[in-house]
Design a protein around this ligand. Structure first.
Ligand SMILES: *Cc1c(COP(=O)(O)O)cnc(C)c1O
Length: 356
């Protein structure tokens, strides 16, 4: 039976990538060693991390004004690291559009002032508030947003414009659609949704912003340390970066982000069109804020939600349970989810509806 994994993260990886990793697992380039066993300072490893960076730059069309860094600690460490490096006792605007954004704001408060410039918390984060309702403070250090809200299933269609640098947590939609990196001061993402396995976060930061970094920030938590040492001040997460290189190689093979975006739009449209056509399932998310990555829905009852998740799993459709904070069901359809997976899900949803 084919298995389709709808996990929100760590998530499905492209099958071709997994097969290539398997083929190279014990013997990378006839070295007799696996990538995991290679010194990060060696002749074989350095080209891997350099390729990972070059792929990211090419796919996202990143100019020399930006540094591309690989950091451990996940997106959650970026919540703190960002504020330690760029806030410095100043004030930053934070958009409260979901649990991850709220966590980011909580960490920032340890290092400066946080102005919550908008919030959809009252309506259970079912939408991205319209930009003309936001209360931004002037002269902010930056504005922080979460481009895709993994738990609530909402996503920005466009991005707010401000004088302050725009900083986005893109953990769950990085490289899923074409964006203009020049619109941002910094972008960060844990790799384990769209880019590879866990263990590495990608940070894209405009170089001039690193001038803000103060000497009292610990070495390993300074962006400048990663920049000045090619993300190899100490041992990087070598295997996770290798996997990110393979995943981005594969994205290039597919024709780049524009080609991937088309497929993502198609997959999401199939699922939302079906959800809109039935009253058995419903999605709590407002239409103009729907995420193309995490499709959140419910059956008529909590009992049926649980039954749906269990029966889907028995049919090879795994990890459809909603986040523990919100319940219900959630289908995460990142770049690596094939169209056939979404077709299989819709087919099962129809059968489940008919039977219940
Ligand atoms: C998963 C996720 C995180 C947390 O990532 P970690 O790497 O586990 O810290 C943060 N933000 C968003 C939007 C996420 O989807």
């Amino acid at each position: 039976m084919a298995v389709y994994n709808f996990s929100a993260g760590p998530a499905v990886l492209p099958k071709k990538v997994m097969e290539r990793a398997q083929a190279e697992f014990c013997n990378y380039k006839d070295s007799g060693c696996g990538v995991m066993e290679l010194s990060h300072r060696g002749k074989l490893y350095e080209p891997i991390i350099q390729r990972a960076e070059a792929n990211v730059r090419e796919l996202m069309n990143i100019s020399d004004d930006y540094a591309v860094l690989f950091v451990q600690g996940g997106a959650s460490m970026q919540f703190a690291m960002l504020a330690m490096n760029l806030l410095n006792g100043g004030t930053a605007n934070y958009a409260d559009t979901g649990v991850w954004g709220a966590k980011a704001a909580k960490e920032a408060k340890l290092f400066g002032n946080v102005n919550i410039c908008c919030s959809s918390k009252e309506s259970k984060y079912d939408h991205i508030p319209a930009f003309d309702t936001w209360n931004l403070v002037d002269n902010a250090a930056y504005l922080h947003i979460t481009s895709n809200n993994t738990v609530a299933g909402t996503q920005y269609r466009t991005f707010p414009k401000t004088d302050a640098p725009l900083i986005s947590d893109m953990s769950s939609d990085i490289m899923s659609r074409v964006i203009n990196v020049n619109d941002f001061g910094m972008i960060y993402a844990g790799a384990q949704k769209n880019l590879g396995p866990s263990g590495v976060a990608l940070v894209i930061i405009r170089k001039d912003l690193m001038e803000r970094v103060q000497p009292n920030v610990p070495t390993m938590l300074r962006y400048t340390t990663y920049f000045e040492n090619g993300s190899m001040f100490n041992t990087p997460p070598t295997y996770s970066v290798y996997m990110l290189a393979l995943v981005t190689d594969y994205f290039k093979e597919l024709g780049g982000i524009a080609a991937i975006e088309k497929i993502n739009e198609k997959k999401a449209a199939m699922l939302y069109d079906y959800l809109d056509s039935t009253s058995f399932y419903n999605t709590p998310v407002q239409k103009d804020s729907r995420s193309l990555m995490n499709v959140v829905f419910r059956t008529p009852s909590d009992e049926l939600d649980a039954k749906f998740v269990a029966e889907a799993r028995a049919n090879g459709l795994t990890d459809l349970k909603g986040h523990r904070l919100v319940g219900g069901c959630r289908a995460s359809i990142y770049n690596a989810m094939p169209v056939e997976g979404v077709e299989a899900l819709i087919k099962f949803m129809k059968e489940f509806e008919a039977a219940n």
